[in-house]
Structures are given as structure tokens and as C-alpha cells.
Design a protein around this ligand. Structure first.
Ligand SMILES: Nc1ncnc2c1ncn2[C@@H]1O[C@H](COP(=O)(O)OP(=O)(O)OP(=O)(O)O)[C@@H](O)[C@H]1O
Length: 439
């Protein structure tokens, strides 16, 4: 037990809680004690002094970085937030032990929820890049636990953060307390609750491996109407992991989504979305595979992936994203054995694709986007996790979607006065529903 939590064999001491001796020390998130007590918390081989308040009943452990201050020995000064978190009051006796951090204790990711100390109607804009730098410097080597709160000052305003998630480098945290030490590489993600009055800006910049050309997308300006929900789904599932810089992804053990399937009835904008995704990304121009492949030699699949392979070989994790788009993927990736043309070309294309995205030397820098009206015809192996695993249905547009599509396609006419002023797109949007009875 002791080893697991990094406790040293030094016997825990009983200390009396007092208040933080000066106002400015209340926002440091440090605990303070006398010189003689401080030595009990020295971590051998480092300049750190770390303490753990041992839990009694259902109280929460808190980890303290301790600093020297003119405080009578046997006393430990905790600020109000620390006292609330540890559920202790001034004058209480608490049991405190030295804490020696285990190996691999650095935090890879810290997700913080921000609030104002003084709740009010004011609003502030917080730059995620600047704040992350400041918190990293100010709280370096401090230990953070999920649920913990700390206050800090940023550009003249006092904030409190609550740790929503604390992920230690490369460790499976599912069974243990989410806790680790802030290092110079810790990656911060900020969140706010609705109505907090705090607006986080530059978060994508902070997060980004800059995969997207623009920070915000306007789907209508890209000529895509009525598909914002589908688009949000695609973004959340296929790109969210690529937003972290490579060193964070590898520490977290995240695997990127390498394949995505857009399926649904003909003419609903699948090709349009795939092409626009390609344009929105900062990487190379997408490559297109199509039915012609079936008539060509095996080499062609290899050709499509050749640039990505070269890039991964030379740049490793830093390689940019290569998008490969297969329109009508059902034409080339039919269930193996289902085509009786005797050539085996179809089967070999499916096998080659599987090897590229999921094989021994699989690539981490590709995103394969397949489109089909006939998902049922596809080889099942292609649809398993790790392959075309994000599957988004692009269905017929609703009334609002139809209005957006009509607006997109009449925009030019309107600009050039080719559309009569009494044309009511809203009305047309209402009328242009698809009834299966009309089929
Ligand atoms: N949501 C949409 N917004 C704007 N235009 C659209 C939309 N859906 C379809 N269109 C228009 O219809 C054309 C055909 O759509 P697209 O080729 O993307 O459909 P698809 O789903 O790929 O069809 P198929 O399965 O037949 O290949 C597009 O080029 C575009 O002009």
C-alpha cells in the first residue's frame, strides 16, 4: 500500500491547521509550515517538499507542496479552498505524512473547469495558450487530483479551477486515483460551464497540431447545407484525437481514427462532405481512389498510400495528415468472395487496404474516407474498429436543411438578380419533402 501511493516510511505527524499567514499566499495552492517541520517532507534527491494529508472517514486526501514560513512548529497553514477540500477547519488536528512521488507521476493532461472567485455578471475572455503557460509555471511540480480546486490570479481577475480529469503519462488510470504532478510538458484543456461568464479563446490553437486551415467553419460558406449535426459527429469522432499535439497523444496512448464511412441515399452530399473535409485540412491535397482501380494493377493501392508512408518514415509523429477518399467504395470493396469475375482483384484490394490501415506496419497519418449508398455490400472486415470505424449516416435533409441547400444553390442567382423577388425559398423548402409514396 505504502509503495503504491508513494508514501515514505516516516511516521505521519499530527499537525494543527491554521490559516494562511498572508493574503498573497492564499493563491499559491501551497501549504506552509515551520523550518523544523519542513525537513520531514523533503523528497530525497529533489528540492521538493511534499506532504499528504491522510484521510479519515470519507475525507479526501490532499497533496501539499510545503513551503517554509514563520509558523509555529506543529502547525500547518492551509488556505480556505484547501481546508474545504480536505474538510478541516482551523484548529483541527490532522495527520500528515511525507509523500514520495512514484515513477512516471508526471501529468500528460489536465482538464480544468474555470470559474470566477467572485460570481457576478461580468464576463472575461481567457486566452488558453497564455493561461496554460502561466499555470504550468506557477503550479510546476504541484500534485493535482481529480476533484481538487485551487485559486489563481490571471490578468487581475481571481479564478478557481476544479480538476475534471488528470491523466498521468502512459498509465492506465482506470483503477487508481486520478492524480499526478504538473510538469513542463503537461497539457492543459480548459472548460467552463454555461453562464460562467468566461469565454475560452485560442483553445484549438493551444490544442492544435494545426490540422485545420481555419479555426471556425461556416458550413454554408463551404456549400454544405443542413448537415451541421452530421458534421459535428464527424468532427467529434474522427478528428478530436488529432487536435492534441503528437507528444500528448502518444503519452495518452490515444489511437487516431484512420477510417470513416459516410453512407446514405444517393445525392445527399456524401461526396461533397468528403471533398470539403479534404480542403479544410491543412495537410496535402486528398487523394482519390475510385472504381477505375479495379481495372488497374495491385500497385494502385500502394501508390495511393506511398506519400503517406514516405512521410511517416521521414517525419514520424510529426507527419501531416494524408486523406484518401474512396467514392462508391462498395464498387471496389465488396465482401470478399462475392465477386465472381475470376480475377480476385476485388479481394486483393480489400486485403491491401486492410493491411495499410490496420496491418503490422500500419500508418498513423492517414484518414481513409469511404462513401457508399450500399453499406450492406461492403466487406464486413472493413467496418471493424481500427478500420472504417466511424460510420456516419448522411440522410435526407429536413425542412431547415432543404432551405439551406436551396439558399446555397440560388445564391449566385440572387446576387445577379436572376431570381424573382417573390420566390419564397422557405415555402419551397417546405414543399420539397421526399415521400416514399412518390417513388
Ligand atoms: N447537403 C447539401 N448541401 C448542398 N448541396 C448538396 C447537399 N447534398 C447534395 N448537394 C448537391 O447535390 C450534388 C450531389 O451530391 P453528392 O454527389 O455529394 O451526393 P452523394 O451523397 O455523394 O451521392 P452519390 O451517393 O450518388 O454519390 C452535390 O454536388 C451538391 O451540388
Amino acid at each position: 500500500m505504502a509503495g503504491r501511493f508513494g508514501l515514505s516510511s516516516t511516521a505521519p505527524a499530527t499537525m494543527i491547521v491554521t490559516n494562511t499567514p498572508a493574503q498573497d499566499l492564499a493563491v499559491t495552492n501551497l501549504a506552509y509550515c515551520s523550518a523544523s517541520d519542513l525537513q520531514n517532507y523533503a523528497v530525497p534527491g529533489t528540492k521538493l517538499f511534499l506532504a499528504l494529508k491522510l484521510a479519515t472517514g470519507d475525507s479526501i486526501n490532499i497533496m501539499l507542496k510545503v513551503r517554509l514560513r514563520a509558523i509555529s512548529s506543529g502547525h500547518i497553514a492551509l488556505n480556505a479552498i484547501q481546508r474545504r477540500h480536505a474538510r478541516v477547519s482551523t484548529g483541527d488536528k490532522i495527520s500528515v505524512a511525507r509523500f514520495i512521488p512514484p515513477d512516471d507521476f508526471n501529468l500528460a493532461l489536465l482538464r480544468l473547469d474555470l470559474e470566477f472567485v467572485k460570481k457576478g455578471s461580468k464576463s472575461e475572455q481567457v486566452d488558453a495558450v497564455l493561461l496554460a503557460n502561466q499555470l504550468r509555471n506557477r503550479f510546476i511540480n504541484q500534485i493535482m487530483t481529480a476533484g481538487q480546486r485551487a485559486s489563481f490570479e490571471f490578468h487581475g481577475t481571481n479564478y478557481i479551477f476544479t480538476v475534471n480529469q488528470a491523466v498521468v503519462e502512459g498509465r492506465d488510470t482506470s483503477n487508481s486515483v486520478e492524480r499526478g504532478m504538473i510538469s513542463k510538458d503537461t497539457y492543459f484543456v480548459f472548460e467552463t460551464s454555461n453562464g460562467s461568464g468566461i469565454k475560452i479563446v485560442n483553445q484549438r490553437e493551444a490544442a492544435s497540431s494545426n490540422i485545420f486551415r481555419q479555426k471556425e467553419f461556416n458550413l454554408q460558406a463551404l456549400g454544405i447545407g443542413g448537415l451541421s449535426e452530421e458534421f459535428a459527429d464527424i468532427f467529434r469522432r474522427a478528428f478530436a484525437s488529432r487536435v492534441f499535439p503528437p507528444h500528448v497523444t502518444s503519452k495518452l496512448g490515444i489511437k487516431h481514427v484512420k477510417g470513416m464511412l459516410l453512407y446514405g441515399p444517393p445525392g445527399t452530399g456524401k461526396t461533397l462532405i468528403a471533398r470539403q473535409i479534404g480542403k479544410m485540412l491543412n495537410g496535402r491535397e486528398p487523394k482519390y481512389g475510385d472504381e477505375k482501380l479495379t481495372y488497374l494493377l495491385k500497385l494502385t493501392v500502394a501508390d495511393l498510400f506511398a506519400d503517406a508512408e514516405n512521410d511517416q518514415r521521414t517525419h514520424g509523429d510529426q507527419s501531416e495528415l494524408h486523406v484518401i477518399i474512396f467514392d462508391e467504395i462498395d464498387a471496389i470493396c465488396k465482401a470478399r468472395g462475392s465477386t465472381r469475375d475470376g480475377t480476385g482483384v476485388h479481394d486483393s484490394i480489400v486485403n491491401q487496404l486492410l493491411t495499410k490501415i490496420d496491418g503490422v506496419e500500419s500508418l498513423n497519418n492517414v484518414l481513409l474516407i469511404g462513401m457508399t449508398n450500399r453499406k450492406d455490400l461492403l466487406d464486413e472486415a472493413l467496418l471493424r474498429p481500427g478500420r472504417l470505424e466511424v460510420q456516419v449516416e448522411i440522410s435526407l435533409p429536413d425542412e431547415n436543411g432543404r432551405l439551406q441547400i436551396l439558399q446555397i444553390h440560388t445564391n449566385k442567382m440572387k446576387e445577379n438578380s436572376f431570381i424573382a423577388p417573390d420566390v419564397n425559398l422557405k415555402e419551397i423548402g417546405k414543399l420539397t419533402f421526399f415521400s416514399p409514396l412518390l417513388r
